[in-house]
Design a binder for this molecule. Structure first.
Ligand code: PRP
Length: 209
């Protein structure tokens, strides 16, 4: 019975591949240099897929991928109920933050917040009881307060370099983010042994790092 593991492309891919290498799962070609999206590995019964983070969660939820490595940011945005989350992989560590211009002007009663993480932002502002209109962006959130599109942004911060380079500072912390192992609920039953084996090995690997 074969197991498909979906990985997040971009920045987190290198760490995910090195974690898999640590448990002796390796793609047969260099994934980072390929335009392919599905890859055979040194195990005939394990395949890898490379997707955008938000799509990793969708593919796992629908059982096309049995397992995935996805950031807690996309998991919180998408909703946590569609799959199991057995393991914190402790890679891709960053923070979900609210940021604003360093020299921010006084705010109106109802503020504008630009973000890629609309659901996270809506939940956060509802929780703290601040009226906020959320403006959906797909990237370069830092530009929004600089250009006057929004008062604040909700975004992930890793080194803080992007905020600093654009004259922004963090205002509030929303969540700690790291990559999580996620597992399709049906696969967990039908492929129990193979999946438990991978979870156990990854767990030992994560703890030993
Ligand atoms: C993320 C995030 C910030 C940046 C933060 O963007 O949206 O722009 O990283 O990292 P830093 O604190 O180390 O500067 P990413 O590069 O993932 O691209 P994106 O705009 O497509 O989200």
């Amino acid at each position: 019975m074969s197991v498909t593991i979906a990985l997040t492309k971009g920045r987190p891919l290198k760490d995910a591949l090195s974690l898999l290498k640590g448990i002796e799962i390796e793609p047969l070609v260099d994934i980072t240099a390929s335009r392919k999206l599905i890859f055979d590995t040194n195990h005939a019964d394990i395949k890898l897929m490379v997707l955008r983070g938000i799509d990793v969660a969708t593919y796992v939820e629908h059982g096309i991928a049995d397992m995935g490595m996805a950031g807690r940011d996309v998991i919180l945005e998408q909703g946590e109920n569609g799959f199991y989350q057995p393991l914190d992989l402790k890679i891709g560590i960053c923070q979900m933050m609210v940021a604003a211009l360093k020299d921010e002007k006084p705010l109106p009663g109802r503020i504008k917040v630009a973000t890629k993480f609309v659901n996270i932002a809506k939940r956060y502002y509802a929780e703290i009881g601040v009226q906020a209109d959320i403006i959906k962006l797909y990237g370069a959130m830092e530009l929004a307060p600089v250009t006057g599109l929004s008062h604040r942004i909700v975004d992930i911060v890793e080194t803080g370099n992007t905020l600093k380079a654009n004259g922004l500072v963090t205002i509030a912390h929303i969540a700690d983010i790291s990559a999580r192992l996620i597992v399709n609920k049906t696969s967990m039953k039908t492929k129990y042994e193979a999946i438990q084996n991978i979870i156990m090995q990854l767990s030992l690997r994560v703890e030993s790092q």
